[in-house]
Design a binder for this molecule. Structure first.
Ligand code: G4P
Length: 529
């Protein structure tokens, strides 16, 4: 029992949220470098080689040279076992990116210091905020010209609606980057051109009270400026409150350069110290204690055909309580089936490692016999609860789907329905039209290509996709009457999802407000439970 507690307390399960190019991959690589998982920087990434090596599962990935799927990396650092969930972020941004956040206990937000908050960060932040998970901010690329530090903090507060608390403070940026000031220890970590990029990164630690040493290390002008700024932030910045951090209301902010290995180790150390171990999770029978000896988990992602030779489907689950052993029987609650999980494994890049045991907080992949779905619960045979489902996130792109050969109707419907059940795409139909008119909705446009590719390769069905102009979707949450009676706008369409829930899609966001104004008692929601 006690070893379970000890193991679970060490777990830190988190995801990195960022806009493409902010430095997520570089930071991940540095985490692995400092944890000793890899020996030299550059072995995870380098656009030509490593990004592909991280995940090369699907044929389409090879063709396009990007990663469509995602994985979880585990590493140890400072006595913690970190589980880093990879959130697909470039062209491969999809609903999976959002779902992965459902499995994380905290998030690291990487922001490019020269750009501030960018659109993809905002979208991902919204999902984290919905779950009230703690968010730790790393302002990256300080070795390049950055925005004014006060402006960056202001941007985060205004744009994302979260209070900020700088844990350290940058001294200049770009050519004038001299280091960071550690507000806790009140010393300056100096950045040097000669050490940049080496594993040590930091040249010296100089107490801010030793003014002359500081001045000779970073120059009198930078020292003056720093003193002024320190006085300002000590007076104006939010005071640090760990409870607010844990509730996701206050984000601790760190500065550095992932590429130059500067500020990363300090960030890692502090962030893993503050980040929560697995906490109780909501089920339909109340909160489930992660430290209970009984195993439980939920599926947050299903990945088909990761390896052409296997042609299998892998269900990724997040363990929520207890300890998993590969020889134990567990219950798949939705089917009632009790069995051993098939080939439990930890998946890093395209490398699969068989798991003998795992603990709450850990992520594992198992072979899906074709009956698992996103959101499903696994627990001990005696238990009967289910974890809260994963919300369906609003697609942002829509297309009408037609098959080329109308004789293959059945195959087409089967294929598209199966792919939708996996959660790769969402399908809708115009209200009252059955399956004749299928509208497909996706979070990232690449999913359209994935759909076309998979229907052709797995179901031998060719399709034509006609992209539609709708970009905003709302589920009808409350409406007394027939959906057809909702007074719409010219750019609105009424559709329903596979479960028969009615929805409205719009070309313009302002139409959403207009429709709400025109229909008293109508309530719309951005995602469905
Ligand atoms: P992403 O995963 O968030 O998309 O970002 P990624 O780490 O791939 O970084 C995007 C680009 O920014 C890369 O350059 C990377 O080297 C650079 N970068 C990341 N962190 C820093 C930093 O702290 N300072 C500076 N100056 N650059 C940084 P690239 O030229 O696009 O790729 P590569 O050819 O270097 O691999």
């Amino acid at each position: 029992m006690s070893d379970i507690r000890e193991e679970i307390e060490k777990r830190r399960t988190f995801a990195i949220i960022s806009h493409p190019d902010a430095g997520k991959t570089t930071l991940t690589e540095k985490f692995l470098l400092y944890s000793g998982t890899i020996n030299t920087a550059g072995s995870v990434k380098g656009k030509a080689t490593a990004k592909h090596a991280v995940s090369d599962w699907m044929e389409i990935e090879k063709q396009r040279g990007i990663s469509v799927t995602s994985s979880a990396l585990q590493f140890e650092y400072d006595g913690c076992v970190a589980n880093l969930l990879d959130t697909p972020g470039h062209q491969d941004f999809s609903e999976d990116t959002y779902r992965t956040l459902m499995a994380a206990d905290s998030a690291v937000m990487v922001i490019d210091g020269g750009k501030g908050v960018e659109p993809q960060t905002r979208k991902l932040f919204k999902v984290c905020a919905m779950r009230h998970i703690p968010i730790f901010t790393f302002i990256n690329k300080m070795d390049r010209d950055a925005l004014d530090t006060f402006d960056i903090l202001d941007d985060i507060e205004k744009n994302l609606g979260v209070a900020t608390c700088p844990v350290n403070w940058p001294i200049g940026s770009g050519k004038n980057f001299r280091g960071i000031y550690d507000r806790q220890l009140k010393d300056v970590l100096t950045y040097s051109e000669t050490l940049k990029g080496t594993k040590e990164g930091v040249e010296n630690r100089i107490p801010v009270s030793d003014r002359s040493a500081l001045s000779s290390a970073i120059g009198e002008e930078a020292t003056e400026k720093l003193m002024g700024e320190v006085e300002l932030i000590d007076g104006a910045a939010e005071s640090f409150d760990l409870e607010e951090v844990k509730a996701g209301m206050l984000t601790p902010v760190f500065f550095g350069s992932a590429l130059q290995n500067f500020g990363v180790e300090i960030f890692m150390h502090e962030f893993l110290k503050m980040a929560p171990a697995p906490e109780a999770r909501k089920s339909d029978m109340g909160l489930i204690d992660p430290y209970s000896s009984d195993f439980s988990a939920f599926v947050f992602k299903i990945q088909a055909n990761m390896n052409k030779a296997h042609r299998d489907r892998i269900a990724f689950m997040r363990i929520c309580s207890g300890k998993f052993r590969s020889d134990m029987n567990v219950k798949h609650v939705q089917s009632g089936r009790v069995a051993r999980l098939s080939q439990p494994q930890q998946i890093m890049a395209d490398d699969r490692k068989t798991l003998d045991e795992a603990y709450a907080g850990d992520i594992m992949g198992v072979i899906d016999p074709g009956i698992y779905a996103i959101g499903d619960t696994f627990c001990m045979p005696k238990d009967k609860y289910q974890y809260e489902g994963i919300p369906t996130f609003a697609p942002e792109h829509f297309a009408r789907v037609r098959q080329v050969d109308t004789m293959k109707r059945e195959k087409f419907v089967k294929g598209i329905t199966q792919i939708a059940q996996e959660g790769a795409i969402q399908i809708f139909r115009e209200i009252g039209t059955g399956m004749e008119e299928i509208i497909c909705g996706v979070v990232g446009v690449l999913q359209f290509d994935v759909l076309k590719f998979r229907l052709e390769n797995e179901y031998n069905v060719e399709i034509i996709l006609e992209q539609l102009p709708y970009e905003h979707i709302r589920w009808v949450k409350e409406w007394n009457g027939d959906v057809k009676e909702i007074v719409g706008t010219s750019d609105m369409k009424r559709i329903e999802d596979l479960k028969g829930n009615p929805l409205l899609i719009f070309v313009n966001e302002w139409s959403v407000g207009m429709v709400l104004d025109r229909n008293k008692g109508l309530e719309l929601a951005e995602f469905s439970r």
